[in-house]
Design a protein around this ligand. Structure first.
Ligand code: SF4
Length: 449
């Protein structure tokens, strides 16, 4: 039986015939094969871009971005690179909240400009697609396919909008690296295309190398992608999965061993508002670009004092993998609090316990300098030392210790779990003993947060 309510309304025979006649009378869509670069450039600038360049699809310099562009928009014939200027004074502030607000507002401005460009091109009979600014968004891309829509930096270089400097940011010849980039794909050819600059605005000053808190940038070697990802992108989706695991595990005491209250609030802030870049100091300190370089050329020492040193001396957590070059770099700067991405608060091994001690150590209170505490666990031993404002861990040696903590329980990592109001602390349950001075062990625990 036919359900009358589910039938699609088709109207009367007369109205249907009128619709068909009207559709048959419509003219074929306007089709443009080619547009003038001057007209298109003016349209983009009026839409809100600060600079613009054009690249034809198929150019060898685009490399794999040709395929990415065709995947996004099979009809693509050319790419438009849009440039938006960011507030460099805000980005140089030691307040990352201030810097992030500047980036996000420039992203909004540039995204709105790209949408306007697409609208106005549609009115002119040109099909256009804008992508997304900043970072990969296709998190469920099929195997073998990249998670970013298109690599804006590669398009920007080909469009003559600058070259990548030592810091791997595109440095615009006028605005320096204080820019965001967006790409618009169009289904028409353009009558004049831009070419890469024949020089690089990067001075080779290496201020970016000095500024990076995790040593991701080198003036001689490769860029350390994972060091940058772990710290600068700590609160972005691809770096925050350990936070989700810790929340999902449902053990509040273990969670507090991994994440301090400020880190929880910062993560929530990134989720509630917009993701927060933790540093990007390589961008902040870069003096390159016609509009930027004046103060650096006038007085390099003063520029270093005014721009580089406040960021280097800014006290803040820095996120690293243990044993990495990033860890070594971060440990050399006493202003930075090293935090370990790979510490697992639910895994009882001697190595993970040692990592947990280093992860949780804080030098903000009075420190028991010279303290030595040994641990004896079912699967091994460990020595913790506090010296010169640092906590170090290593094998137990012959030297005397202030206390030896003996723990037979297999879940001894819980010694590091933080007390939760209303619940007994693990250390009060009596499953470990202390030989020597019990207050030495308590002093060590007091250094952890
Ligand atoms: S800070 Fe100096 S070396 Fe680094 S990218 Fe900028 S100009 Fe080049």
């Amino acid at each position: 039986m036919v359900n009358e309510a589910s039938r699609i309304f088709r109207g009367s025979d007369k109205a249907e015939a009128a619709r068909r006649a009207h559709e048959a009378s419509l003219s074929a869509p306007r089709r443009r094969e080619r547009v003038e670069a001057d007209w298109l450039r003016e349209l983009c600038l009026r839409a809100g871009a600060d600079d613009v360049g054009f690249v034809e699809i198929g150019r060898a310099g685009l490399d794999g971005e040709n395929d990415n562009a065709r995947r996004l928009f099979p009809a693509v014939k050319a790419l438009i690179c849009l440039v938006g200027i960011s507030n460099r004074e805000a980005i140089r502030s030691t307040s990352r909240a201030t810097a992030n607000s500047a980036w996000h507002r420039t992203g909004d401005k540039l995204g709105t400009a790209a949408a306007r460009v697409c609208e106005q091109l549609a009115e002119a009979g040109i099909r256009a697609v804008s992508t997304n600014i900043g970072f990969p968004m296709d998190m469920q891309a099929p195997p073998g396919q990249v998670s970013w829509a298109i690599a804006h930096k590669i398009v920007a270089v080909e469009a003559g909008m600058g070259h990548m400097g030592v810091n791997r940011n595109v440095i615009h010849p006028k605005f320096g690296n204080f820019v965001l980039l967006e790409t618009v794909l169009v289904d028409v050819e353009i009558d004049a295309y831009n070419q890469p600059l024949d020089y690089n605005p990067c001075l080779g000053c290496n201020l970016c190398v000095a500024a990076c808190p995790v040593g991701a940038i080198s003036n001689v070697g490769d860029f350390d992608f994972f060091a940058c990802l772990g710290h600068n992108y700590r609160e972005f989706p691809f770096s925050a999965t350990d936070w989700v695991d810790a929340v999902a595990a449902g053990d509040a005491s273990a969670y507090r061993a991994k994440f301090r209250e400020g880190e929880t609030l910062s993560m929530l802030q990134s989720l509630a508002f917009e993701p927060t870049y933790k540093a990007a100091y390589c961008m902040a300190v870069c003096p390159a670009g016609e509009d930027v370089i004046g103060p650096y050329l006038a007085d390099k020492a003063r520029y270093r004092d005014d721009v580089l040193l406040p960021l280097r001396r800014h006290p803040e957590p820095v996120y690293v993998q243990s044993g990495s070059h990033a860890e070594k770099t971060a440990l050399r700067n006493p202003a930075k609090q090293v935090r370990y991405l790979d510490f697992k608060p639910d895994v009882s091994t001697v190595a993970n316990f040692a990592l947990g001690l280093r992860h949780m150590f804080t030098s903000s209170g009075p420190l028991p300098d010279g303290l030595r505490v040994a641990f004896r666990f079912p699967d091994g031993t460990l020595l913790a030392r506090v010296e010169n404002g640092r906590l170090t861990t290593g094998p137990v040696d012959e030297s005397p210790v202030d206390a030896t903590v003996v723990c037979d329980a297999l879940d001894y990592i819980k010694i590091l779990h933080r007390p939760i109001a209303g619940r007994p602390a693990y250390t009060a349950q009596g499953n470990h003993t202390v030989d020597g001075d019990p207050s030495a062990f308590q002093s060590l625990l007091a250094c952890l947060s």
